[in-house]
Structure formats: structure tokens, C-alpha cells
Ligand binder design. Sequence first.
Ligand code: PMT
Length: 405
Amino acid sequence: MGVRGKHIVLGVSGSIAAYKAADLASKLIQAGARVSVIMTQAAREFITPLTFRSITHQPVVTDWWDPASDLSIQHVALAESADAMVVAPATADLLAKLAAGLADDPLCGTALATQAPLLLAPAMDAHMFEHPATQQNLRTLQERGATVVGPERGRLASGLTGTGRLAAAETIMGHLAALLGRQGDLKGYKIVVSAGPTEEPLDPVRHIANRSSGKMGFAIAEAARDRGARVTLVTGPTALPDPPGLRTVHIRTALNLRDRVQEEVRDAHAIIMAAAPADFRPASMAEQKIKKGAEATMVVELVKNPDIIAETRGDFLKIGFAAESEELLKNARTKLVEKGLDLIVANDITAENSGFAVDTNKVFLLEPSGQVTELPLLLKTEVADRILDRVVELLAARGKRPVGV
Ligand code: PMT
């Protein structure tokens, strides 16, 4: 899912941020997209067409009248073949031309001719961005269905700090993937995903945690987003940035996680618990930092945390994970039954390149019917899509069509 196999038309206009469009083009190519670049004349003042041609291996369109460009003959060629059009950077001038429906250059002409979704990533001086004319143009374009990503706050070319920096390539790509997946097979469904560890505090400085990085849960959340779902990601502390195009809720302790999950699942169609909540927490948290003292040992009394997924009640699919170090299938099936799950993803956390913190996972999918599906070692992004493939089937089997779909 996402941009793989898609044809993205990338419009580049004349901002100092035009050089960042080369990085975006490169990331799109690496993600499996085909990219056709259209540059305004002003963009060519900042970066050359050769740069983009070297990255995309596609002709770069710069003007209507270039006899070498196939666009001059079929000037809506790109418009018709685009799966999405991204304008990054989008200058104030270009936004004004798009809002007015002008078509005197190939970028504006293609934007006017295409039926594909349009994503605009503005970049300009902060005062230009805040100007009522620019704000009005953005509102006009959004009312027509365009998606606006950024700009972000930061240091600008002028040396000032303000809102005008081009959004990061990863942010643009996340929103683009969501845009491309809007009509996906999870369209209209609300999916709640939990990810990451919890932290169970001992004192103001120390806590008990685990090695979960959040990668598995984040991959599921992003994959569900890219298939059209409305996603809420409830995550413990991780080093991962909040994924664009979905709602992220941050928690710390297992009790926090329990409270937020119970809140979020009220209108959900499915919950996928990829998080690693602590089964125990310290019986009490010391008000002050615990002093070492003379004793060679220390005993910490632990009390059980609630079993969050087992406790959740409602008319939604319950998908859990089983992190096991031995007797994987036996232990996973026990959890499947005891927790009342519709599906459990069993992963051997001792297998090489599987489980905590790594980018891959070796899993089995177990169901109450007794069905067991073994997956080969896959990237967590691929495991995510395979889990969601089964979620789509289970939702359809339960007749859980979302309202209005
Ligand atoms: O985050 P990564 O670094 O990518 O690592 C991924 C992962 C190994 C954390 C993930 O694949 C995984 O296995 N997550 C589940 C970890 C876990 O807590 O497994 P468990 O067998 O202890 O729990 C079984 C199920 O009950 C899980 O769905 C868990 O979310 C849930 N649970 C556990 C404890 C608890 N108090 N409440 C729960 O709901």
C-alpha cells in the first residue's frame, strides 16, 4: 500500500525550499513510486531539471512550448496518468494562480486538468504565509478538496523564525499515503492500535519498562491509515515521531493505557493491541528518589496491572499479540481463549530478527476456529498488512460495515 506502484506528479515552484523537492522525489522513488516532475520557470532559478531527471529517470517538464516534451503534444498527459499530484514547495504566487484557476504554465495547467487528489506543501516567508490573500487562497483550494501539509514553524531563509518552512519529506509522504489510501478496504472503519512499552514508576527518577520500540504497532497504525481507516494510535514512550495522517495519543503507565483504550474503543470497529503493557507495577511509587543505603539488596513489591485487552468490552474485533519465549503456539492459544480474542499474533521474541526493537517479525496468526497461519520472516510493515488483510475479512464476515460506506 502507500505510494508503491503509484504515479506521482510532483510540481516544484520557485522557493529556496525547491532543493528539498529533490529529497522528496528521491524518497518517493525509493518507496516504489513513479515520479514525473513539473517545474516552474522560477523553480529553475533554484534547482536544475537535470537534478530531477537524474533522480526520477523521467523527462522533466518545464514549459508548454518545449518541442522535446511530450507534454507539449498531450498537454494533459500527466494530468490523466497521475494517481496524485503533489506541489512541494508551493509558493504564495503559485497558490494564488491555482486558486484563480490559471493555466499559463504546465504546473498550473496540469493541476487544473487532473482529477487526481492534490496535495499542497506551502513554503514561504512567514509574513507572506500569514497574509490574508495567501490564507484565502489556501482556504479556497481546501474547499475544492486539496490537502494542505505544513508549512512548519522554524528558522526561515530570511533568518527570521516563523511558520513558513516546507514540511518534512516524511510528513508529506505520510499524508500522501493516507490520501492515496482513502478508498482502501478499511475506508470508514475506526481502528484503535496500541504500541510501545509502558513505564511503571519506582520513584521520580526510576521506572520499570521493557524493550518495545513501538515499531510493530506504528507499522499497523500507518498501514491501516494507508487503507482508508480512521486510526487512533495509543502509544507508550518511544523514539518514533508521531505518524502523520492519524491521531496519536501518548500514555506512560499501563493504567494510563487502560483508561485511554477504554475511552477510544467506544466507537471503534477493531482494536489491535501491539503494545507491551507491564503486567506488574510497583505497589507504591516513592515520593523522593530512593537512596541506595547500606544494604546489599533491595526488595520491591509489585502488584498486578489490569489485563487491558481482556477487560475491554464492546462490539468490536479484539486482536492481540502473544510475546513468547517458549511453546509459542500453545501459550498463544491460551491467551487467545483466556482474553476472548478474535485473532492473536504470536511472535517468538527469542527468534533472531523477531520481536522487540527489530524491523522484522516472524509471526503466526491464530484464530478461535483453530486456524493457524504461519508467515515467513517479514518486515513489520508487511506483517502489518497481512494482519489487516485478515481484519478486513473478519469485519466483513461480521457484517461490520461502517456507516455511510
Ligand atoms: O514494539 P516493537 O519493538 O516493534 O516490538 C513488538 C512487540 C514484540 C512488542 C509486539 O510484537 C508484541 O508482541 N506485543 C505484545 C507484547 C505483550 O505484552 O505480549 P503479552 O503476551 O505479554 O500480552 C498478550 C496481549 O495482551 C498483548 O496483545 C498485550 O498488548 C496485551 N496485554 C498485555 C498485558 C496487559 N497488562 N494488558 C494487555 O492488554
